[in-house]
Design a protein around this ligand. Structure first.
Ligand code: SF4
Length: 343
């Protein structure tokens, strides 16, 4: 049995003009120690998916009936906030893009770590300080003893994110959910912080759910990946297989848009158009206004693309939501329509 099993996850936002569905029928699982990437452009729903795992969706958002999030055999949907606190930070921790979202600016690093330990464990202040120090050392923070008495604003961005990683590991979690953990950092230290996170997850046998718009990072770091578009999973499977042979036209577009796919000296490729707003989703396949295959060679619309939501089909290990793929005409990346140039 998987450590985490997410089934038919629907998240909605109750707005005055009616409910807006932010996630539709999202299903995935994570085994112990596994690394899973969730990719997509802004607005695809990847962060909502991450936040909903710990029921951190702010009102008016809510997880709709029929959704299931089973962690280590326990259903999390419907648990009280108090019951969820047993799991949050303790068995599943979260790393946010901006460390200042997690750190309290008026408490020293040591006070924050000790407070967190004491909230979850019967432990003296002295013991808690010792554990905090060990975790800072684990996160390769120089002069860890001195850092315990420093305040967040006294640390560099990279050092703050290392502290966040140390805090995420504080209670020896089973899973870390990292939402764009390096996006806010200087390019020079992004790789360093990501390598540290991976190394620690591997050594501590911690599962990682990495949320990012950066397909390059996902391809290097994760074993399996989900590609999201307009609140739905549109392709999922082993990362290597998807990168080497993307089946969904959107995934193909994301891969074509990687900087390394551009000819040196030319502009980057990009997918034409933009992610639709969740309250104005196109009919049928939400990607159809941007998809080069929604129209057949003779100018007729491809059957189903404009009026039927394509189901996610395929073997368990590899699933795709596309009428064309279902027709058994896999799209080859080199057959895709020429990518438009970025301006
Ligand atoms: Fe393109 Fe149609 Fe496939 Fe959607 S279902 S990705 S519009 S070919």
């Amino acid at each position: 049995m998987a450590l985490l099993d997410v089934n038919h996850l629907d998240v909605r936002f109750a707005l005055r003009r009616g409910d807006v569905q932010a996630l539709r029928d999202v299903c995935f699982s994570l085994d112990k120690g596994e690394r899973l990437g969730i990719v997509g452009e802004s607005g695809a729903g990847k962060s909502v998916a991450a936040f909903s795992l710990l029921n951190l969706i702010a009102k008016p958002g809510y997880i709709a009936n029929g959704s299931h999030i089973v962690f280590d055999g326990e259903e999390l949907v419907g648990l009280s906030d108090r019951a969820l606190r047993r799991i949050r930070g303790h068995r599943m921790s979260m790393i946010f893009q901006d460390p200042m979202m997690t750190l309290n600016p008026v408490l020293s690093i040591g006070e924050q770590m000790i407070e967190c330990l004491k909230a979850h464990r019967r432990i003296s202040k002295r013991e808690a300080r010792k554990v905090a120090l060990e975790k800072l050392q684990l996160a390769q923070i120089p002069a860890p003893e001195a850092r315990l008495d420093q305040y967040p604003h006294e640390l560099s961005g990279g050092m703050r994110q290392r502290v966040i990683i140390a805090i995420a590991l504080l209670l020896d979690p089973d899973i870390i959910i990292a939402d764009e953990p390096t996006t806010a950092l200087d390019v020079t230290i992004q790789a360093e912080v990501m390598a540290l996170l991976l190394d620690l997850c591997e050594k501590q046998d911690v599962g990682l759910i990495l949320i990012t718009h950066d397909l390059g990072v996902v391809s290097q770091v994760t074993e399996r990946m989900l590609v999201m578009y307009a609140g739905r999973v549109i392709e999922q499977g082993p990362t290597r297989e998807i990168i080497n042979n993307p089946l969904h036209p959107y995934t193909q577009g994301l891969i074509q848009a990687l900087p390394q796919m551009a000819t040196p000296g030319s502009r980057l490729n990009q997918i034409p158009g933009s992610m639709p707003s969740l309250d104005k989703l196109p009919s049928g396949c939400a990607f159809h206004p941007r998809c080069p295959f929604a129209t057949l060679d003779d100018g007729r619309p491809r059957p189903g693309c404009r009026d039927q939501v394509p189901p996610l089909t395929g073997a368990d290990a590899r699933q795709v939501s596309c009428h064309m793929v279902a027709e058994n005409k896999p799209v080859q990346a080199d057959q895709s329509a020429p990518a438009k140039e970025a301006h």
